[in-house]
Design a protein around this ligand. Structure first.
Ligand SMILES: CCCCCCCCCCC/C=C/C(=O)SCCNC(=O)CCNC(=O)[C@H](O)C(C)(C)COP(=O)(O)OP(=O)(O)OC[C@H]1O[C@@H](n2cnc3c(N)ncnc32)[C@H](O)[C@@H]1OP(=O)(O)O
Length: 275
């Protein structure tokens, strides 16, 4: 549905290709140089290893395509992205868990530091890893009023890695992030706008895409080099810890995920989701 809307809107796409298995659809508007990356992994766009690898490789492709901006959104009704695939947490295979963790670290770094401006059009719920994807973009437009967004990890009995937390601090500030993270709070669209977790709230997805394009149009007269240097300087403090501590982060995730207490919490959370 969303795909059709975007195509109808511009009619100028030179490139409309499906990534493997169609979990991701990418389009590039030739005239504007704007790419749209649409997540389409029913039922909830949960991030497993294969999906993360696709996102990472599409970001590399966009870099090679030298696009001028990107919109990240979802083709699913009511869900932007439900975060990491929780079934991967339950009795995990340590090798696969390590691979997912490393791929997620790299995907985040690639998204957070893109050389082009990015907008998340949040057209559905966006907990945990979904919220992280949105926060990593340069600008967030959220459809309201009925969706929710936030880092809810404590509600699952797990700990958001330091780089998730630092990313939130960079968006909403230390105090609000601390309360938000420790309570695992999910914010409605209006609340998210109020605390600065999103930049705009709009009633429907058409408006959201328009707002996203408007934001990206700001960069038509900005040198890509000046944009990228400025972004790197701003974002370097947030990424440096992970760049220097990838192994430490991985060890922490694997160790905590394998602990009996965490496994028990995850089992209970999964059961509550099924209900
Ligand atoms: C992955 C390995 C580890 C790598 C290490 C990386 C670093 C560690 C990171 C630790 C931090 C964790 C980050 C996370 O992202 S944890 C994920 C947190 N996500 C959630 O809590 C979302 C839970 N889901 C919901 O709240 C709702 O489902 C949602 C609001 C998204 C949608 O509600 P709706 O009512 O529309 O749909 P259902 O609830 O009925 O769900 C439909 C089916 O989808 C299943 N589901 C939902 N979310 C997930 C998910 N995140 N992973 C897997 N499966 C999910 C749900 O169970 C339903 O399944 P069934 O139809 O089979 O019942």
């Amino acid at each position: 549905m969303l795909r059709r809307y975007i195509l109808n809107k511009t009619n100028t796409f030179i490139n409309y290709r499906y990534a493997s298995q169609s979990m991701l659809q990418s389009t590039i508007d030739d005239k504007l140089g704007i790419a749209t990356l649409v997540m389409n992994k029913p039922p909830v766009n949960s991030l497993n290893l294969e999906f993360l690898e696709e996102i990472k490789s599409q970001l590399t492709q966009f870099k090679n395509d030298k696009i001028r901006g990107m919109i990240l959104t979802s083709d699913l009704q009511k869900i932007f992205c439900a975060g990491l695939d929780i079934t991967e947490f339950s009795n995990p295979n340590p090798e696969r868990l390590s691979k997912i963790c490393t791929t997620f670290q790299d995907t985040w770094l690639a998204l957070y530091l893109t050389q082009f401006p990015t907008v998340a059009v949040i057209n559905g719920h966006s907990p945990a890893g979904g919220c992280l994807l949105a926060m990593s973009c340069d600008y967030r437009v959220m459809v309201g009023p009925n969706y929710t967004i936030g880092l809810n990890e404590t509600k699952l009995g797990i700990v958001a890695p330091k780089w998730f937390q630092d990313c939130m601090v960079a968006v909403i500030g230390q105090r609000k992030a601390e309360v938000s993270l420790t309570t695992g709070k999910m914010y409605t669209t209006d609340q998210a706008l109020q605390i600065g977790l999103v930049d705009e709230s709009v009633p429907d997805v058409d408006n959201a895409i328009n707002k996203g394009i408007q934001f990206l149009n700001n960069f038509q007269k900005i040198s890509p080099w000046a944009y990228k240097m400025t972004k790197d300087i701003r974002r370097q403090p947030t990424v440096q810890w992970l760049i220097d501590n990838k192994q430490k982060d991985l060890d922490f995730v694997v160790k905590s995920m394998m602990s009996p207490n965490v496994q028990k919490s995850i089992g209970l959370y999964l059961q509550s989701l099924k209900k």
